[in-house]
Design a protein around this ligand. Structure first.
Ligand SMILES: NC(=O)c1ccc[n+]([C@@H]2O[C@H](COP(=O)([O-])OP(=O)(O)OC[C@H]3O[C@@H](n4cnc5c(N)ncnc54)[C@H](OP(=O)(O)O)[C@@H]3O)[C@@H](O)[C@H]2O)c1
Length: 533
């Protein structure tokens, strides 16, 4: 499937909003939005960055790096009538690096409003060029990454209704303010919204149509293929596939390489590959090490294809938004995103462009997942990188995969059944790999069971109470914000935890269900079929 942006219902007729909290940009869109909302009778509170939490005549200053300041702000400004928060800070950010810096400030804001804010709050994150809405747009990896966090916030905090509103690279302050004023008054349930040339668009996915170009991912007889993360579960499967399709030489890159131990699974797997007649090298190279990657490529006379599958996805790398600080982000961004950028630069310096470069992303980039904030963001950043290289000499494609069944057995406990529901057999996944290039699109979603019942959405069923869903399982011991904890504030309102009233998660371990009256959450989360890598 490939993403398609389709016209959404125009955000025109809307309701009066009692209070709007604006974290403005420097270019005036936030100010223009504040003027428009005040003129319509909304109380507007402006929050700017400073050294500490301070009340000012026009609003507040907070230290953007302080979770406590965000929490204090949310506690002060929450009202039972509901609050809309509009964060325009990313509009000022120039495209830079791998984009990981965008995540902690946004995560702090979302977690604060989820935990300390209110029984109901709406947060709109504004990104610029975070989405490739029409052909040829080149999204910024940092904006694309941050854009996933509102989706994850909806899953981690049941009192929040969050969305990302993406504006065009050249949109001016008046244009941005106009779009946001309409969006603020129009709780739609759409989680990904974009404005282009005055049109409101929402993201959907349609089956990939074969392009008119080559039929499939070309494997040259005797060709040389680099697979980063090539000694991982998926990398080894792919290596066997490439060998069977005629590859002559495989470079399976990893940090750990093949240990000396004769019986080590990596050694056994590599020996089995060699028995297929392919030459295999297993360099110990960290894909984030630019000099080492450059040296590796310099030693190859040609590369016919590159697959970037390096990643660190151990359970301890997944953390909820409230803990999404530097280290947690780095674990997913290092290998995946910095690694992709390292490859991008190193390949640009070589004389011979490979036939393809496939970046291994995940459906979490579009479906989110509890505790998947940094993983979803890193996978979305990969899709942005593929967009900017798709028209280059080596067409890059980001493939957002559902679970490969080969990895199911490493998933502990009760998660296997849920993951299996959307997993692909090795044959299905490898057949999809062969067809990636035929889609002719920089971003291809490979979901054997489709996406229809899984995309984040909020379908209004009761006035003012959008119904969101579906909520994925928590892969780790996720504890909802209302769980008793010595370090955690209790919910503000007693009604938030009373039986049947709630939209908050009361799960304190894997064995406890979400208790909520919302119909979408009637299924305990460990039985929900939406957990994913
Ligand atoms: N498995 C699935 O069902 C699934 C679904 C969707 C997407 N994906 C994506 O597919 C890719 C492969 O997944 P997998 O399940 O095969 O993962 P995996 O078994 O954990 O393999 C990943 C490999 O990457 C290597 N690696 C990590 N950091 C590295 C670095 N900095 N430089 C070089 N190599 C590095 C690791 O080896 P060392 O530790 O020795 O470096 C590891 O063997 C990942 O990008 C994942 O997000 C997987």
């Amino acid at each position: 499937m490939t993403p398609r942006w389709t016209p959404g219902a125009p955000a025109e007729a809307g309701k009066q909003v009692a209070r709007c909290v604006i974290l403005p940009d420097d270019a005036g869109a936030g100010e223009a939005l504040a003027r428009a909302l005040r003129a319509a009778g909304t109380e507007v509170v402006t929050v700017t960055g400073g050294n500490a939490f301070t009340e000012t005549p026009g609003g507040f200053t907070i230290d953007p790096a302080s979770p406590a300041d965000h929490a204090a702000l949310a506690e002060r400004l929450a009202t039972s009538a509901g609050v809309t928060v509009v964060d325009l800070r990313l509009l000022d950010r120039p495209e830079d690096g791998d984009g990981r810096d965008t995540l902690p400030p946004v995560a702090r804001l979302l977690a604060a409003w989820g935990e300390a804010g209110a029984d109901s709050a709406r947060v709109l994150l504004v990104t610029r060029a975070g989405q490739a809405v029409s052909a040829g747009e080149r999204p910024d990896p940092g904006q694309a990454a941050a854009a996933t966090l509102p989706m994850v916030a909806n899953q981690e905090y049941l009192n929040l209704d969050c969305a990302t509103v993406d504006v065009a690279p050249g949109a001016d302050a008046a244009e941005v303010a106009g779009a946001l004023a309409a969006e603020v008054r129009h709780p739609s349930g759409d989680v990904f919204v974009a404005y282009r040339e005055g049109s409101r668009l929402i993201r959907a996915y349609t089956p990939a149509e074969p392009a008119s170009g080559p039929d499939g991912t070309p494997i040259r007889p005797g060709g040389t293929y680099l697979v980063t993360g090539g000694l991982g579960d998926v990398g080894l499967l792919l290596a066997g596939h490439l060998a069977r399709k005629g590859a002559g030489r495989l470079i399976l890159l990893s940090r750990g390489g093949v240990p000396d131990d004769e019986g080590h699974p990596r050694r056994v797997a590599v020996d089995a590959l060699r028995e297929l007649g392919v030459e295999v090298s297993t360099p110990r190279v960290d894909v984030t090490d630019a000099a080492a990657v450059r040296a590796l490529l310099a030693g190859e006379s040609r590369l016919d294809g590159v697959v970037h599958a390096a990643a660190v996805t151990t359970p301890d790398t997944f953390s909820p938004l409230r803990d999404l600080e530097g280290d947690g982000v780095a674990r997913h961004f290092d290998a995946k995103v910095t690694g992709a950028l390292t490859l991008e630069r190193a390949l640009a310096e070589t004389d011979h462009a490979p036939d393809f470069c496939v970046l291994f992303s995940s459906t979490s980039a579009l479906l989110g997942g509890i505790t998947f904030g940094s993983y979803a963001a890193a996978n979305a950043a990969l899709t942005a990188i593929a967009h900017r290289q798709h028209e280059g000499p080596a067409p890059w494609t980001a493939a957002s995969w559902d679970t490969w069944s080969v990895t199911l057995d490493r998933i502990e406990g009760g998660f296997g059944a849920a993951m299996a529901a959307h997993s692909m057999t090795a044959d299905e996944a490898l057949a999809a790999f062969d067809r990636l290039r035929a889609a002719g699109h920089p971003h291809v979603v490979v979901a054997a069971g489709g996406l229809d019942d899984r995309l984040p959405r909020a379908v209004p069923t009761l006035p003012g109470r959008p119904q969101r869903g579906p909520r994925p399982e928590a892969p780790t011991g996720f504890r909802g914000p209302s769980c008793p904890s010595p370090t955690r504030r209790r919910p503000r309102s007693p009604s938030a935890t009373s039986p049947g009233s709630g939209r908050r998660c009361s799960a304190s371990s894997r064995s406890a269900p979400v208790t909520t009256s919302s119909t979408w959450a009637a299924t305990p989360w460990w039985r929900c079929r939406c957990w994913r890598w």
